[in-house]
Write a protein that binds this ligand. Structure first.
Ligand SMILES: Nc1ncnc2c1ncn2[C@@H]1O[C@H](COP(=O)(O)OP(=O)(O)OP(=O)(O)O)[C@@H](O)[C@H]1O
Length: 236
């Protein structure tokens, strides 16, 4: 029961601006994500996907409604608890890799490890991600795919309960995108982290356990996918 309601989103509303400029971005969202699921958030540009991800990640606040993780509502946490929570339990992967330019690959991944009480083994992660032989390189000596792998390494080394990915393949070519999606899939299978992934790419829904389709700040569809397609077999 606890696992089924692992991540609970309830009555979530968010608007930006005021008066005539007020835009209601999230207009009352309700859904739950089971522990260990890959959940893909789809929807047109402006439908509120990143806003939702930022609220789940504690980067932004909702106007009303709540997010609960294992029954704990993030709105009830004080700033210190929330910061601790973000550090220990959430991993972020963005379209822009946000690596630290003067640290090498291994050191960038270690940054993630320092934030956690129970980090995974850095060398293991580097090997899983195919980065071990590149571990002494600086970010500017890496391809886009290798940089994205490093940012996944930094997020996953914390062994976060939830891996939040915002367009993780947005800046990558077809082949590299599929490799990155396969890594996310491997990491999900190996470590059992729950994955929430925002994407524009409709094909990615096929590798998900759950697909949430947003339109105009509302949930249009909440689909449980019984027959998943492995990332490497996705086609677009
Ligand atoms: N900080 C902000 N201030 C004002 N408006 C914002 C802010 N953040 C987002 N918005 C607006 O909220 C709406 C939803 O944005 P959001 O980035 O969540 O959409 P999205 O579905 O992720 O879009 P995309 O696919 O283009 O990234 C947009 O109209 C955007 O302009």
């Amino acid at each position: 029961m606890e696992n089924q309601n692992f991540l609970q989103i309830s009555g979530l509303k968010k608007s930006f601006g005021s008066g005539e400029n007020r835009t209601e971005v999230l207009r009352g969202l309700d859904f739950t994500v089971t522990k260990g699921e890959i959940c893909v958030l789809l929807g047109p540009s402006g439908s509120g996907k990143s806003t939702l991800l930022n609220i789940i990640g504690g980067i932004d606040n909702a106007d009303s409604g709540y997010i609960a993780i294992n029954g704990e509502k993030t709105v009830d946490m004080d700033e210190k608890t929330l910061t601790q929570y973000r550090r220990k339990h959430l991993g972020y992967v963005f379209q822009m890799y946000n690596l630290i330019p003067n640290l090498n690959v291994k050191e960038n991944v270690e940054v993630g490890a320092y934030l956690s009480d129970s980090p995974l083994d850095v060398d293991d992660i580097l090997k899983t991600l195919g980065l071990y032989e590149h571990r002494h390189k600086l970010p500017n000596q890496l391809s886009g795919g290798q940089q994205q792998r490093t940012s996944i390494g930094r997020a996953i080394v914390k062994n976060p309960d939830i891996l939040l990915c915002d367009e993780p393949t947005g800046a990558l070519d077809y082949k590299t995108s599929k490799e990155i999606l396969k890594l996310i899939e491997d990491v999900n299978q190996k470590y059992g982290n729950t994955v929430i992934m925002v994407t524009h790419n409709d094909a990615i829904k096929n590798m998900a356990d759950r697909v949430i389709k947003l339109r105009d700040g509302m949930i249009r569809k909440n689909i449980v996918n019984d027959v998943k397609v492995p990332a490497m077999e996705l086609d677009w």
